[in-house]
Design a protein around this ligand. Structure first.
Ligand code: PMT
Length: 448
């Protein structure tokens, strides 16, 4: 006898003839988020499982591309997604709530404080319900509101309230897309972990040609619902990022030019690969990527404590922080007055956190960075060997492009039996490429 285990919503017509449908609400089955696990007490010859529906909150903002959203909903539902729709007021000028309701099979929302909607599923519950928030089309105005963190309607409020990944499918006139204000907003949103889908390029509704077309519904649905490699699922990754500040007196410190962008990009990338990520961060202006646990520190001493408290539970340690090698021996209790014509500070060495982690008896897979102004590869190789690291990512700093503070960077990554060069590219993309390479090398180390 074939026993088919499936959730209640499973289309029973898909069950092969001669099989017995086994409702997964049965007590002997344990529900595990998106799959069903059979316990020993149930005897079976065959199990058919189907992934639970992906819950997509579709936000529609005001733009001509909104006319494509009924098709987008259809494409998402064909791929086993449940879709709830939220529209901005402007979107209602381009597509009617009634058409959307007809294709998604649920009522469509636009009001933030709608007593009827709130009685069913309030907006916070809706934000929690979503596996993904997809904004399509995302107009220039909507991108600006998201970048500012405004919560002046239901869609922007949900975007703040949800912890689900946020996907943005921009659509606008090409000059609006290329405007520095829009580009700055897009960069900020990407750095916070939002994923951009497009825009595409081509002829636009305004008759002009250029970038700014919303991707086709099929393309959006396929990219959003494509099976993602969760190769780091179940792993804890500890990452250091940003600068440290070594106090001289209550108002002055020794610091450096690190912005944290490289480390934050890596943190977001490892989260996408399924890892639990803890980011120990020096002072930066960056928002914490979605799903990442951030521990804020100021000095190298605090960074050391934060890392050592957490390193036992991590599988992978990546040190992107620019840690001060020295700190003032004594911190003056009151502000130093400019009385003498010169001032001498005595500096003492800080612990080398990376080297100490690599030397632990049960060290995690340890990846360092090397910031070099010359002979990049040679110095990086020396650090790899001297600190006993598994890998090192070296970058040229102090040059016109890349390195400290820049949005772009290039890396030479070395390990004991190989090397890979990543040319200059946005740190957000570089973070993804590097995370994949580290995950591969880590997997290879487990296999050996
Ligand atoms: O933050 P961004 O503006 O995006 O810039 C990115 C970056 C240039 C800071 C980054 O790519 C980078 O190179 N980080 C390492 C900076 C650094 O301190 O390099 P280093 O060569 O001095 O140190 C080597 C390694 O030892 C680093 O992994 C560092 O984190 C670690 N270290 C250094 C000193 C110390 N006391 N403890 C450490 O753990």
């Amino acid at each position: 006898m074939l026993l088919v285990v499936c959730p209640r919503w499973f289309d029973s017509r898909l069950v092969p003839r001669g099989c017995v449908l086994f409702d997964s609400t049965d007590a002997s089955l344990r529900y595990n988020r998106d799959r069903f696990i059979l316990l020993e007490s149930v005897r079976t010859d065959c199990i058919v499982t189907q992934q639970a529906a992906t819950k997509i909150l579709l936000g529609i903002s005001g733009g001509i591309a909104a006319y494509k959203t009924p098709d987008l909903i259809r494409r998402l539902r064909e791929r086993n997604a449940e879709v709830e729709v939220v529209m901005t007021r402007a979107a209602e000028s381009f597509v009617t709530p009634l058409s959307l309701q007809a294709v998604c099979g649920r009522s469509v929302r636009s009001a933030l404080l709608d007593p009827q909607a709130e009685a069913g599923m309030d907006h916070i519950e809706l934000a929690r319900w979503a596996d993904h928030l997809l904004v399509a089309p995302a107009s220039a105005h909507l991108l600006a509101r998201l970048a500012l963190g405004l919560a002046d309607d239901l869609l922007t409020t949900l975007a703040l309230a949800t912890t689900a990944p946020v996907w943005l499918a921009p659509a606008m006139n090409h000059q609006m897309w290329l405007h520095p204000a829009t580009q700055a907003n897009v960069q900020l949103l990407s750095a916070r972990g939002c994923v951009l889908l497009g825009p595409g390029s081509g002829s636009q509704a305004c008759g002009e040609i250029g970038p700014g077309r919303m991707l086709e519904p099929l393309d959006i649905a396929e990219r959003l619902l494509a099976p993602r490699p969760q190769c780091m699922a179940g792993r804890h990754v500890l990452i250091t990022a940003g600068p440290t500040q070594e106090a001289i007196d209550p108002v002055r410190y020794i610091g450096n030019r690190s912005s944290g962008k490289m480390g934050y990009a890596l943190a977001a990338a490892f989260t996408e690969l399924g890892a639990r990520v803890t980011l120990v961060s020096g002072p930066t202006a960056l928002a914490c990527p979605l799903g990442v646990e951030r521990v804020s520190i100021e000095s190298a001493g605090q960074l050391y404590e934060a890392v050592m408290q957490r390193v036992q539970t991590c599988s992978l340690f990546v040190a992107t922080a620019a840690v001060a090698d020295y700190r003032p021996q004594d911190v003056v209790a009151t502000k130093i007055k400019k009385e003498a014509s010169s001032l001498t500070l005595t500096l003492v060495r800080n612990p080398d956190i990376l080297a100490e982690v690599a030397a632990l008896p049960e060290a995690p897979f340890t990846v360092g960075f090397a910031a070099e102004t010359d002979a990049v590869e040679q110095h990086a190789m020396e650090k790899l060997q001297a600190k006993g690291l598994d890998m090192i990512a070296a970058n040229l700093v102090g040059a016109e492009h890349g390195g400290f503070g820049a949005d772009d960077n290039a890396l030479i990554v070395l390990w004991h039996a190989g090397r890979q060069v990543f040319p200059m590219m946005p740190k957000v993309r570089l973070g993804k490429e590097l995370a994949k390479l580290i995950a591969d090398r880590y997997a290879a180390s487990l296999a050996n």
